[in-house]
Design a protein around this ligand. Structure first.
Ligand code: 6GU
Length: 236
């Protein structure tokens, strides 16, 4: 999978992409991430990538020319193989596991992180194929959301996670939250790990985990159970 990130603040995204699962995916050549600095596509001598909004109002708007130039140069390089140009914005569709699963099947994504107040509407009308938000709260720009999306996708690429089954057992992948987990020592400051987990009885361990997942989901996210029920009803 290839992901191109287009941003006016490339330093925000560079470091995190070296680490953890996205870093591992890149080192294994399973994920190819390119970061593009919009300033390299600024055309005036001040390298301006944003400007004040027509009609007035607070904040700055990303100018169209550097974004068109940057994304068109990506498309020229790869020969039209771009599947989606995704604009990260709080007015987009809220990212959830099913959207991450769907996007993880694509070969080439361009992520546009708008900073400042927003981006010129002509970019959204002509270049952007999809708009994604990471939740109902306001962030200063799309850079952190772009990283969130890359992380969610990287862990779904076959071969990235060590244990082939571990992405499938994530919370949300089947609509339930995860069971509690423990590691050594079995007794720590008078807090004991549940006996079942040290019993070696894998049938009982699986039953215990399923039960815990259900209890925790009912307690914290009953909305997930409703949609799981909805799904199993419509599947049948
Ligand atoms: Cl994608 N961008 C910004 N600026 N804020 C957000 C967001 C995106 N998703 C949630 N909040």
């Amino acid at each position: 999978m290839r992901i191109d990130i287009v941003t006016a603040l490339p330093n925000i995204v560079r470091g995190p992409l070296e680490e953890s699962i996205p870093g591992r995916a890149r080192k294994k050549n399973l994920l190819d991430v390119h970061v593009h600095d919009l300033r390299d596509h600024a055309f005036d001598k001040y390298k301006q990538v944003d400007d004040t909004p027509f009609g007035g109002g607070a904040g700055m708007v990303l100018k169209p020319e550097p974004i068109f130039s940057c994304i068109e140069s990506i498309m020229e390089e790869v020969g039209e193989s771009v599947d989606e140009v995704i604009f990260l914005t709080p007015d987009g569709a809220v990212l959830d596991q099913s959207l991450a699963n769907e996007l993880s099947l694509k070969k080439h994504l361009v992520l546009l992180a708008g900073h400042y107040k927003g981006v010129d509407q002509r970019v959204r009308d002509k270049l952007v194929t999809r708009e994604v938000s990471i939740g109902d709260y306001v962030l200063s720009g799309g850079e952190l959301p772009a990283l969130v999306l890359v992380d969610a996708l990287a862990r779904l690429i076959p071969g990235v996670l060590g244990d082939a089954s571990s992405a499938l057992t994530d919370s949300f992948q089947d609509g339930f939250l995860d069971a509690p987990c423990y590691t050594r020592p079995a007794l720590f400051r008078e807090m004991k790990v549940p006996d079942v987990l040290t019993s070696g009885d894998h049938r009982r361990i699986d039953e215990w985990r399923d039960e815990q997942r259900l209890v925790k989901t009912r307690e914290r996210r009953p909305d997930l159970l409703d949609s799981a029920n909805e799904r199993s009803r419509t599947d049948n």
